[in-house]
Design a protein around this ligand. Structure first.
Ligand SMILES: C[S@@+](CC[C@H](N)C(=O)[O-])C[C@H]1O[C@@H](n2cnc3c(N)ncnc32)[C@H](O)[C@@H]1O
Length: 256
């Protein structure tokens, strides 16, 4: 059975949901990629480019970027001399071979059950010595500050719903092993998590992820409409949460 990406691409606030994600994680991702040396003359492949903040950052450093996504509406306006945008389903569509200095995918593979095969496909896009950086969540440390039984219930229901669609909530702790299995060398993992309040721009990622999925989760019988309404109100209050751990798996293609 083929599973589709669980988030509704027609959700009116999808760009704002992606912006929340970017504000939480861009600084750390940029630090990792800067450390690898991303800059002029680098050829980068950004997979599941989403809102395109990392694509813009790579190009601003002088790199050329191929940005691919199944839904390219937010990255198309970025197309320029240094940025090429292609609508690509990473599970099946053809990709350039042995070309890139770095391939990066953040919060993409955890959604796709074909993730292990996708790693083989991404490894094939790298030139010898090129870097792979795959970032995905491990949700086991996620939670709200204090006693929030209503929000805990919603978290459980959403996780169950997403898992039915092929989501792997702990892929962050598996990604390094999968990268080694895909033949990458010098593999290592580096994780980061944050404790944020509802005033933090990154909180919008959690609130809007809930708003995007709530209708479908209620329809699936995993949550009542009353529980969803109560959670929606609570998300508007002054609360704090610990984010999932975002694990970055790093490795490189062996030089020949
Ligand atoms: C959670 S968002 C992450 C966006 C971006 N990587 C970031 O971290 O800001 C996941 C992205 O993967 C894309 N995506 C989902 N399934 C895909 C597929 N099969 N092929 C290519 N892109 C896909 C979605 O359209 C979405 O833009």
């Amino acid at each position: 059975m083929t599973h589709e990406y669980v988030y509704d691409q027609s959700f009116a606030e999808e760009r704002a949901r992606l912006a929340g994600m970017e504000s939480l994680w861009d600084p750390g991702t940029q630090a990792l990629l800067a450390e690898l040396g991303v800059g002029p003359d680098w050829k980068c492949l950004e997979v599941g480019a989403g809102g395109g903040s990392m694509v813009r950052w790579m190009a601003d450093r002088g790199a050329t970027v191929l940005a691919v996504d199944i839904d390219t509406r937010f990255v198309e306006p970025l197309a320029s001399e240094r940025i090429e945008v292609r609508q690509i389903d990473i599970r099946t569509n053809e990709l350039p071979q042995a070309e890139f200095d770095v391939v990066h995918a953040r919060l993409v593979l955890e959604h796709l059950p074909e993730r292990r095969q996708i790693l083989d496909r991404l490894a094939a896009t790298l030139r010898p010595g090129g870097w792979m950086v795959i970032e995905d969540y491990d949700w086991s440390c996620f939670g709200f500050e204090g006693d929030e039984p209503g929000l805990d219930r919603v978290t459980e229901a959403i996780m169950a719903f997403m898992q039915r669609a092929g989501f792997e909530p702990r892929y962050g702790r598996q990604v390094v092993a999968d990268m080694a299995d895909a033949g990458l060398v010098d593999v290592r993992g580096e994780g980061r998590a944050r404790l944020i309040s509802s005033r933090d721009p990154g909180f919008e990622f959690f609130r809007l992820s809930f708003e995007s999925l709530r209708g479908a989760v209620v329809e699936a019988g995993l949550l009542t409409a009353e529980e969803a309404d109560a959670a929606s109100q609570r998300f508007g209050a002054d609360i704090r949460l610990v984010t999932p751990l975002l694990m970055a798996g790093l490795g490189r293609k062996a030089s020949v």
